[in-house]
Design a protein around this ligand. Structure first.
Ligand code: ATP
Ligand code: MG
Length: 445
C-alpha cells in the first residue's frame, strides 16, 4: 500500500474576515482615540457583551424576516450541549439583553457605547465583509426627541473630529408607531398587489411578511414603482409628527443639515419613529457609514420592563476607507527614539538604562536588538533606526559611555533644535532635551 503524502495547504484567513495589519494600526488607533474622546464628551459609558449569543436573541430581537436573520447570520449548534448559538451580527439586541439581565435601568436611564467585531455572511466586496467592526451607542430610557437629536449630534462631532467635513449627508425619516405602520402596511400591500407584475422576486416574497422593506429597494427596475408607493410619513398622527418635528428643530438649531428620505426604513424590524443614516457618495455601493434610530418596543419585546430607547451603529471599515479617500491617514509612527549602540556589556547595560529612563518620561523607545544573537553592525542598526519612523536616534559606544555622553541624530525632517543633524550631550540632559524636541516636532507636523 502506498502512503499518500498530505502536502499541507497554505493557511489563510476565512473569506471576508480580514487581518488588520500593523501598517494600518495608526489609522485604527486614530479612529478609536477620536471616537472615545467624542463618547466621553457626551457622558456615554462602555459596555462589552460576548461575541456569541443565543440564536433566539437575534430572531426575537432583529426580526425573522430581515436580511440579517434570513441569510446573514453565522449560527451553529454547540456540539457539546446542543445549544443554538449565533455570532453577533449587530449589537443592539445584545446590549438590550444585558441591560435587562443586569437590571441596568433600575436607577434611571443609561447612555452606553460599544465597539467590536460583528459577523454577517454577505458577499465580500469593498466596504462589505463577513467580519467587520462597529461602534455603537444606545441611549436607553429616554423617550423624547432630544435623545434622538443628541445621538445624531454625536455623529456630527465625530465626523468633524476625524476631519470628514465634506461629502457626508444625513438622511432622516420617521417610521411612526405600530398603528400608523399597520395603516400604512395595509395601503402598501394593496398598492403592491396592483403592480404585482413589476415586483422582483424579493419584493414578491416580502409582500405579506415585510412589505416595508420593499420601500427601500435598491433594484433599479423597481425604483419607478417605489417612487409612487404610499409613504409611511403620510400616515403619521399628531404625536409621531410632533416627535419628528422636535428632532428636526433641534438639528436645525445645531446647524445640522439633513434631508428627509421617506423611503428610508432600515434593515431591522425593531425601529419606530426616528430613523436615520449617514451616507456618502465616495465609497461606491457601500455608501452608508452609520445608521440608527429609535426602538421603543425592543426592551419589552426581549422581556424587559418597557422603556424607550434609541441608538446608532457605524461601520469602522467604511469610515477608515473614507479617511483614506480624503487623505486623512496619520503617519504610522511606532516610536519617538531608536537607541543604537555598539560595544561590550557595559555599553549594552547603559543603553538599557537610558532607554528605560526615557520611557519613564513617556517617550516611546525602541532599543536595538540583534536578529541573530550576534551584535549588529552600526550601519545595519542605523538602517533599522531610519525604517522605524523614529524622530531621533540615540547613539552610544565605548567613548560615549566613558565620557557619560550620548550622540543624538535627527532622523526625520524638522531638526530645528539640532545643529546640523547631530548633537552630542551629557547623558543627564538627554531626557529633557528629547522631551522638548519631541513635543516641538509633533506640534509642527
Ligand atoms: P448595508 O445596507 O450597507 O448592508 P446595513 O443597513 O445592513 O448596511 P446596519 O445594520 O445599519 O447596516 O449597520 C450599521 C453600519 O455597519 C452600516 O451603516 C455599515 O457602515 C456597517 N456595516 C454593515 N454591514 C457591514 C458589512 N458587512 N461590512 C462592513 N460594514 C458593514
Ligand atoms: Mg446589510
Amino acid at each position: 500500500m502506498t502512503e499518500r503524502t498530505n502536502k499541507p495547504g497554505k493557511l489563510t484567513s476565512v473569506k471576508g474576515m480580514n487581518d488588520i495589519l500593523p501598517q494600518d494600526a495608526s489609522l485604527w488607533q486614530f479612529f478609536e482615540d477620536t471616537v472615545k474622546t467624542m463618547l466621553s464628551a457626551y457622558g456615554y459609558q462602555n459596555i462589552r457583551t460576548p461575541i456569541v449569543e443565543h440564536t433566539s436573541l437575534f430572531t426575537r430581537g432583529i426580526g425573522e424576516v430581515t436580511d440579517i436573520v434570513e441569510k446573514e447570520i453565522y449560527s451553529f449548534v454547540d456540539s457539546l450541549n446542543g445549544e443554538k448559538l449565533t455570532m453577533r451580527p449587530e449589537n443592539t439586541a445584545a446590549v438590550v439583553r444585558a441591560v435587562i439581565e443586569h437590571n441596568l435601568l433600575y436607577d434611571g436611564p443609561k447612555r452606553l457605547w460599544y465597539m467590536g467585531p460583528m459577523f454577517r455572511h454577505e458577499r465580500p466586496q469593498r466596504g462589505r465583509y463577513r467580519q467587520f467592526h462597529q461602534v455603537g451607542v444606545e441611549a436607553l430610557g429616554f423617550a423624547g426627541p432630544d435623545a434622538d437629536a443628541e445621538i445624531i449630534l454625536m455623529c456630527q462631532r465625530l465626523w468633524d473630529a476625524l476631519g470628514l467635513t465634506t461629502g457626508l449627508r444625513l438622511e432622516l425619516n420617521s417610521l411612526g408607531n405600530a398603528q400608523e405602520r399597520a395603516a400604512h402596511r395595509h395601503e402598501l400591500i394593496s398598492y403592491l398587489e396592483c403592480h404585482i407584475e413589476l415586483l422582483d422576486h424579493n419584493a414578491k416574497r416580502r409582500l405579506y411578511t415585510n412589505p416595508l422593506r420593499v420601500l427601500d429597494t435598491k433594484n433599479p427596475a423597481m425604483l419607478d414603482i417605489s417612487v409612487h408607493m404610499p409613504k409611511l410619513i403620510d400616515f403619521l398622527g399628531d404625536t409621531s409628527r410632533a416627535h419628528f418635528e422636535g428632532v428636526q428643530r433641534l438639528l436645525t438649531a445645531n446647524k445640522i443639515l439633513f434631508t428627509i428620505n421617506p423611503r428610508l426604513v432600515r434593515g431591522l424590524d425593531y425601529y419606530n419613529l426616528t430613523v436615520f443614516e449617514w451616507v456618502t457618495d465616495k465609497l461606491g455601493a457601500q455608501g452608508t457609514i452609520a445608521g440608527g434610530g429609535r426602538y421603543d418596543s425592543l426592551i419589552k419585546q426581549l422581556g424587559g420592563k418597557p422603556a424607550p430607547a434609541c441608538g446608532w451603529a457605524l461601520g469602522i471599515e467604511r469610515i477608515l476607507e473614507l479617511l483614506r479617500e480624503n487623505q486623512r491617514v496619520p503617519p504610522n509612527a511606532v516610536c519617538d527614539v531608536y537607541v543604537v549602540y555598539s560595544g561590550g556589556n557595559v555599553v549594552c547595560e547603559r543603553a538599557f538604562i537610558i532607554a528605560e529612563q526615557l520611557r519613564d518620561t513617556g517617550i516611546n523607545v525602541i532599543l536595538h536588538c540583534s536578529t541573530n544573537g550576534v551584535p549588529s553592525s552600526f550601519k545595519s542598526q542605523m538602517r533599522r533606526a531610519n525604517a522605524s519612523g523614529a524622530a531621533y536616534a540615540v547613539i552610544l559606544g565605548n567613548d560615549e559611555v566613558q565620557r557619560n555622553e550620548v550622540l543624538i541624530k535627527a532622523l526625520r525632517l524638522n531638526p530645528t533644535n539640532i545643529n546640523g543633524s547631530q548633537k552630542r550631550m551629557q547623558t543627564e540632559h538627554l531626557n529633557e532635551f528629547l522631551m522638548n524636541a519631541i513635543v516641538r516636532s509633533s506640534s509642527n507636523t
